[in-house]
Structures are given as structure tokens and as C-alpha cells.
Design a protein around this ligand. Structure first.
Ligand code: SF4
Length: 284
């Protein structure tokens, strides 16, 4: 084995062991066909599979295929989604929009290429590869969600931080026939053992080869959000008014406040008030 092949061989051996640990790894979004999987995956953005599975049975009972969903009023779809999901307006618009495109461009069927899938509303590279991998067994990359991102870093398979570059690193380590199961197995392991907080390293079947074992808490986690100090400044108008007020409160000593006083042969500059007093007193 050459030195360059060692990381690949080690990663593939660890993956083989993880597959044995999770023989039942599968996509946990309930569906019966590619259309339902596509819709469920779009709905799963920013939420859990559990919540999506609570709403899709009623959604698909009412609008079971692309043709039915394409003619559904967006407001009615959104109202149904609202019972379980956030972003229901946007998601409702997306799934009705994608159903319309499926009918118009693909005869109501789900296309089988990444290029065609990402043309649909609400469908990005990750969603497209879930559908290509799970429904058709032909992904064009590795699905990198939060679990795949965290585990591939903890297992020492990549030091990359962004999903796109992590995907490239994983595609270089594993052959295309493993790409679908790779993300499914990592997602299973991430949900059941290698939790984001407090990973169960003691119970993990690959802790003897994992470089992060028993020290993984902060590996592969999103960095804490930076809190920036907020400086509240007065609005421009108020600022100008405050300046004006300050001017009034501290009058400048100007020549206008003084008078020229002539007494006897002497001439001097005196404050107006003092000069007036002197005049009144009759002194001098
Ligand atoms: S040993 Fe710990 S950090 Fe490594 S994969 Fe297992 S649970 Fe995750």
C-alpha cells in the first residue's frame, strides 16, 4: 500500500465497520415513490424528519402526485404545512412550484439528473443527491448535512469546513458506489451515537480508530456565534438638535458682551453688566 492510499484505505475500513454497526441505515423520511421523497426532502429544510413525517401523510392523501399538487392552491398547502412546519409559506410555494415544473417539463415524473433536479424550486444540490441516491441509487455526489459534516471531521477524514469542500474530500476518499450509503450510515451514527453534544464515545464501535475519541465535544461543531457590541447613536436629526441646545446653554464670550468704558482719562473694556452697575452707582 502506498503512503497516499493509506488515508483512503483507513477511511474505507472505518466505513465498512460503521456499515456493520448500522445494517439498517436508511433514509428516515417516509415516502413511497420518488415524488414523495422529493417533496419530503424539500420540506425537511431547517426542521426534523420526525416533524416532516407527521405532516406528509395528510399532504399526500390530499395531493398524491405531481399533477394533483400542481393544481393545489398554495394558501391551502401552506395552511396544512403550518400545523407542523416553519417557513410554511415558502415551502408551500416551493412544492406547488416544483410540482408544476414536473408536469410542464418532465411529464409529471421526477428527473434523474442533478442538473435537472436543481432547476426545480427549493431543490439544491443536497436535496437532489438525496433523491438520486435514495430513489434511483445513482447520486452524483455525497449528501453533506450537519451529521455528515461533523462526523467526517471527527473521524479525521477531512479538515474542510464547508459542505461543498467536504463533499469533494469525501468523493475523493470513497468510490461512487459507496456515496449513497456513506451519508446514510454517517447520519445514522450521528443520530444514535456520535451526538453533536456529548458523543457516546465509550459505546462507539470505532473508538479505537477515531482520532477524536473521548475528546470530540468541540470537533466538527459550528463555532459559537460572535456577539458584537451594539452602539446606539442618536438619529441624525436629534444629534443636530442636541448640538443646537448645547450652543445655547454655553454662550461664547464675544465682543458683544463687552463695552468700552471711559472714565477720567482712562479707557477700558468691561463686561456690559459691570459697566451698567458702575454707571448706576454714580461712582467715578
Ligand atoms: S469515537 Fe466518539 S467522536 Fe469518534 S466516531 Fe465514535 S462517537 Fe464519534
Amino acid at each position: 500500500m502506498t503512503a497516499t492510499n493509506q488515508p483512503r484505505a483507513r477511511a474505507q475500513e472505518t466505513f465498512r465497520r460503521l456499515r456493520v454497526i448500522h445494517p439498517d441505515a436508511h433514509c428516515e423520511l417516509d415516502h413511497v415513490d420518488p415524488f414523495q421523497l422529493l417533496v419530503a426532502t424539500v420540506l425537511s429544510a431547517q426542521t426534523t424528519d420526525v416533524l416532516v413525517n407527521q405532516i406528509t401523510p395528510r399532504l399526500f392523501a390530499r395531493w398524491p402526485d405531481a399533477r394533483a399538487l400542481a393544481s393545489a392552491p398554495v394558501a391551502e398547502v401552506a395552511a396544512l404545512l403550518r400545523e407542523r412546519l416553519g417557513m410554511f409559506n415558502q415551502k408551500g410555494k416551493n412544492i406547488v412550484g416544483l410540482a408544476k415544473k414536473l408536469v410542464e417539463k418532465h411529464g409529471g415524473e421526477v428527473p434523474r439528473t442533478l442538473a435537472e433536479l436543481v432547476e426545480l424550486p427549493g431543490v439544491g444540490r443536497k436535496t437532489a443527491n438525496v433523491v438520486l441516491g435514495v430513489a434511483f441509487g445513482r447520486p452524483e455526489g455525497v449528501v453533506v448535512d450537519t451529521h455528515v459534516q461533523r462526523l467526517s471531521q471527527r473521524l479525521g477524514w477531512t479538515t474542510e469546513q464547508k459542505p461543498e469542500t467536504i463533499e469533494k474530500a469525501l468523493c475523493a476518499l470513497f468510490p461512487p458506489e459507496d456515496w449513497n450509503m456513506l451519508s446514510l450510515v454517517l447520519i445514522f451514527h450521528g443520530r444514535r451515537v456520535c451526538f453533536a453534544k456529548k458523543p457516546a464515545c465509550a459505546a462507539c464501535g470505532v473508538n479505537d480508530v477515531c482520532p477524536s475519541a473521548f475528546a470530540a465535544e468541540n470537533v466538527g461543531r459550528k463555532p459559537p456565534r460572535k456577539r458584537t457590541a451594539v452602539v446606539i447613536e442618536p438619529a441624525p436629526k436629534k444629534k443636530a438638535a442636541a448640538k443646537k441646545a448645547t450652543k445655547k446653554a454655553t454662550p461664547k464670550k464675544t465682543a458683544a458682551n463687552t463695552v468700552v468704558v471711559k472714565r477720567g482719562g482712562a479707557t477700558r473694556i468691561a463686561p456690559k453688566k459691570a459697566a451698567a452697575k458702575g454707571k448706576g452707582s454714580g461712582r467715578g
